[in-house]
Write a protein that binds this ligand. Structure first.
Ligand code: NAP
Length: 537
């Protein structure tokens, strides 16, 4: 294996972008195949989003014991301390994963990939990084994740604001102290919902600027005591097996009940239990058809609205917090820790900016509907240009010099979120159109597919493997038609799941919502039939 050096030209079998859940899976699995592999990571350590997102309240919203890899060694040695792990613990977990599998020597930190061009004659990728190094590799593998590229709206006058501007994704390393300050938060997605209650506890005054209210489930976090951990540890293999069978790869039961099968009283009892269990129970464990029946979806949404009205003391504020224009699931529902309760605090004000957007920033604050809201600091929790946003910022060119960004002008089209026709030997781990599910599991499943294809290509001594256009069309069309069968697309509001949160981004479902088992079945069939969708040259 060559040792990478700034400014030089290096040769490896494979290059992986990223050292988060996806990149680390790719690096480990390709290394285990016996390939020479280099991983390129912009940050100074492993973690991906769990390295960058250090804002107060950053923690998982999937149960800790499944928001991790199905790794035999770590399942025995690692112990999660809380039901929903704080950011630092997830980053430490990934560091431990990298350490025990000896991945660190293969990662170049503080470096970003700027371009990757396919050389059809050599059947290799030429990958350039911002330190001037060129890597010639057979396989170019992206593990750029879902939320690597922040989206910051172009607020007029932001540069004139004399207070502090904090982006949740680039939080100051030594934290931020809001004591005695007037703070504004823009954005009420999962990030805003996480940060708002904690800023409210510290700041003199918090003003939340909300464009679209979300359905926020209570997290019901707790420290995992010895008894709970022993129970998880004893069943760990079965839990992980269940996760792969679960539509969204969680450790949450899946209901087979339809609302019409039970009385109205029983419906309410089921919804109440799901709310009390917290997290995403209401999406999976209450009724079987929350994502496919508008009636059931509305039943659950009405229930959540009633809970909001019961928690928030000021009826006018409660109404502003009730989502009305989109189905439950249209936007990925955040999980909160005393989120709605925060609006009962005397130092918190909610400003509805749906019909009266932020007009501009001025030196002392921001103007909405002609009123200046004076703030000392503003926190931007405005989301991400998910999935394609990161890949499209890299100059990726396949056969005939075709640019990926052009090919995807109308939205991404892939085979299983893993391969793209016209881009041989390019593989994506947790790429656009991968399953909408618990990310570590998606990273494992998609990395398994990539590794299987690479192993097969090497077994056949094929230097080049490419997916057919028919397979890409078939998968992408199936993905869209399944998405259309759900109620997830229905709503007036913007959603990153369809690319509509970023102005100018083309609208198309960015993830497979047909469930992880259905996705795995497509690949199992492909594999059993000896890869009819792939051409090994
Ligand atoms: P998001 O869900 O896209 O939310 C962005 C927020 O910013 C929305 O409330 C949006 O309003 C608002 N916004 C955007 N542009 C605006 C503008 N011009 N004016 C006013 N408001 C504006 O992004 P996110 O909260 O960062 O979450 C993204 C995803 O990251 C989540 O769905 C989840 O998958 C992941 N995440 C997970 C966790 C966790 O708990 N594990 C935490 C954070 C993030 P509109 O809704 O009106 O567009």
């Amino acid at each position: 294996m060559s040792t990478a050096q700034d400014g030089g030209e290096m040769e490896f079998d494979a290059l992986v972008i990223g050292a988060g859940f996806s990149g680390l899976q790719g690096l480990k699995k390709l290394k285990d195949l016996g390939l020479s592999v280099v991983a390129i990571e912009t940050a100074e350590d492993v973690g991906g989003v769990w390295w960058w997102n250090r804002f107060p309240g950053a923690r998982t919203d999937s149960q800790s014991w499944v928001y991790c890899f199905d790794d035999d060694r770590l399942k025995k040695s690692w112990r999660w301390t809380e039901k929903y792990s704080p950011q630092a613990e997830v980053q430490a977990y990934l560091a431990e994963f990298a350490r025990i599998h000896n991945l660190y020597p293969h990662i170049r930190f503080g470096t970003s990939v700027t371009a990757a061009h396919y050389d059809e004659d050599a059947q290799r990728w030429s990958v350039r990084t911002d330190d001037g190094t060129t890597y010639s590799v057979r396989y170019f593998v992206t593990g750029t994740g879902v939320t690597a590229t922040p989206y910051v709206p172009d607020f007029p006058g932001l540069q004139d604001f004399e207070g502090e501007v904090l982006m949740t994704r680039a939080w100051p390393e030594d934290g931020a102290d809001f004591s005695g300050k007037r703070v504004g938060v823009i954005g009420t997605g999962s990030t805003g919902v996480s940060v708002i209650p904690l800023i409210a506890e510290q700041a003199e005054r918090l003003t939340v600027f909300q464009r679209t209210p979300n359905y926020v489930f209570p997290a019901r976090n707790n420290k995992l005591n010895d008894y709970e951990w022993a129970s998880i540890a004893r069943r760990y293999d079965d839990i992980m097996k269940g996760v792969r069978e679960h539509p969204f790869a969680f450790d949450i039961p899946v209901s087979a009940t339809l609302p019409d099968e039970v009385s109205p009283e029983e419906q309410q009892r089921i919804l109440e239990r799901a709310w009390e269990k917290g997290n995403h129970w209401m999406l999976f464990a209450a009724f079987a058809d929350v994502f496919t029946s508008e009636r059931t979806n509305k039943l659950a949404a009405d229930y959540i609205r009633e809970r909001i009205r019961a928690i928030v003391e000021d009826p006018a504020v409660a109404e502003k917090l009730c989502p009305k224009d989109h189905t439950l699931g249209h936007k990925r529902p955040p999980v909160g820790h005393d989120y709605y309760e925060t609006y009962n605090r005397p130092n918190v004000e909610l400003i509805d900016i749906k019909d009266t957007p932020i007009e501009r920033f001025e030196a002392r604050g921001l103007v909405v509907d002609g009123r200046l809201h004076e703030v000392d600091a503003v926190v931007l929790a405005t989301g991400f240009d998910v999935l394609t946003g990161t890949l499209n910022r890299i100059d990726i060119r396949g056969r005939g010099g075709q640019r990926l960004v052009d090919k995807w002008a109308g939205g991404p089209r892939t085979y299983l979120g893993v391969m793209v026709d016209g881009f041989p030997n390019l593989f994506m781990i947790t790429g656009p159109q991968a399953p909408f599910a618990n990310i570590p599991t998606v990273a494992e499943v998609t990395a398994d597919i990539v590794t299987e294809i690479v192993a097969h290509a090497r077994h056949r001594a094929s230097p080049e493997v490419e997916v057919s256009e028919d397979a890409v069309d078939g998968y992408s069309d199936l993905l869209s038609s399944i998405f259309d069968m759900t109620v997830l697309g229905r709503g007036e509001s913007r959603s990153w799941l369809q690319g509509t949160n970023v102005p100018g981004k083309s609208e198309s479902p960015l993830l497979w919502v047909g469930g992880l088992p259905g996705y795995r079945a497509i690949w199992a069939d492909e594999s059993a039939k000896e890869y009819p969708s792939l051409q090994f040259t």
